[in-house]
Design a protein around this ligand. Structure first.
Ligand code: FES
Length: 99
């Protein structure tokens, strides 16, 4: 396989925004709105703080019974959040972390 010049992210946060027909899912708890709030808070940080940190919406992360959930790599830290503020704190902590 050829070597690529793709630079890895310092941290990559995935926020599940999945919906499932008739089954519990993260979007049942307002995951898209919480993600939008967290993105705005991240954008307000000085560039140096968020440089190398990627915040992505994702499909099902396989933790539906704990939803709404998010995970950050490479640390592998998960959160089952109760509010948009809690998700925002998780995202901002990931920006602060030295990975
Ligand atoms: S629907 Fe979010 S983890 Fe499955």
């Amino acid at each position: 396989m050829p070597e690529t010049a793709i630079k890895p992210f310092r941290s990559h946060i995935f926020v599940c925004v999945n919906q499932r027909d008739g089954k519990p899912a993260c979007e049942d708890h307002g995951a898209k709105a919480a993600l939008a709030r967290a993105k705005e808070a991240m954008k307000a940080l000085p560039f140096a703080k968020r440089d190398g940190v990627r915040l992505s919406q994702s499909g099902c992360l396989g933790q539906c019974e704990h939803g709404p959930v998010a995970v950050v790599y490479p640390s592998g830290k998960w959160i089952s959040y109760a509010s948009a503020d809690e998700l925002t704190r998780f995202v901002l902590e990931a920006c602060e972390a030295e990975e």
